[in-house]
Design a protein around this ligand. Structure first.
Ligand code: DC
Length: 202
């Protein structure tokens, strides 16, 4: 029987880094569910219909190049509003969560909708300004020179859309442990997350 770790939170709060470190620590598989929505968003930007893409999405789509751009992030956040698109992506995520050997899934609705029974749930957050600084630095490192103000506006726009949508809005599950990484180093945030999962494993 697999052990599922659900990690949710807004863009650029540190979910990805924490999820990869938790997965490596416990030897669990990791799925970045944002990549699923980005893969759909990218194919929609290329002219396809969101629901057709969601129904035909394959694991290879998650390896597509160019999923990390701000344009694709916004397209992902827009397709993620559509209830039928989200529904079409549920089985893929649940199958991953149930795999033998344990799984870490990170996203927006893992603890609330995809895996409400997960024994370990984290909500990783940070202030919009801190998240914008981190995302700006990441983008510069990968050769995308968006200005800080535009990155902050992008973070705020996605927060607003992700939090206020009718289906599976971004919010902590009632039994999630919140980790605010605004004033934490990566090592501190990872240690806090590992402590929560260790306790949940009993
Ligand atoms: O985590 P990310 O920045 O790669 O996610 C891109 C968008 O996908 C995000 O703005 C909202 C959407 N998303 C979602 O609605 N549900 C998830 N579980 C993961 C991502």
């Amino acid at each position: 029987m697999g052990f599922t770790v659900a990690i949710d939170g807004p863009a650029a709060a540190g979910k990805g880094t924490i999820s990869r470190a938790v997965a490596a620590h416990f030897g669990f598989a990791h799925l970045d569910t944002g990549l699923i929505y980005r893969a759909v968003g990218k194919r929609v930007l290329d002219g396809e219909e969101p629901l057709d893409v969601a129904r035909s999405l394959s694991a290879e789509d998650l390896d597509a190049l160019g999923l990390r751009t701000p344009q694709v992030a916004q397209a992902a956040s827009r397709v993620a509003v559509e209830a039928d698109v989200r529904e079409a992506l549920v089985d893929f995520q649940r199958a991953f969560a149930m795999r033998d050997g344990g799984a870490v899934l990170d996203g927006r609705d893992i603890g609330t909708v995809i895996c409400p029974e997960a024994p370990a749930k984290l909500f990783v957050t940070a202030s919009p300004e801190v998240r914008a600084v981190r995302r700006h630095k990441e983008l510069l490192e990968t050769g995308h020179d968006a200005g800080y103000d535009s990155v902050l506006a992008d973070v705020r726009a996605r927060d607003e859309r992700d939090r206020t949508r009718a289906t599976a809005p971004l919010k902590p599950a009632d039994d999630a442990v919140t980790i605010d990484t605004s004033h934490m180093s990566i090592d501190e945030a990872v240690a806090a997350a590992i402590a929560v999962v260790t306790k949940a494993r009993g």
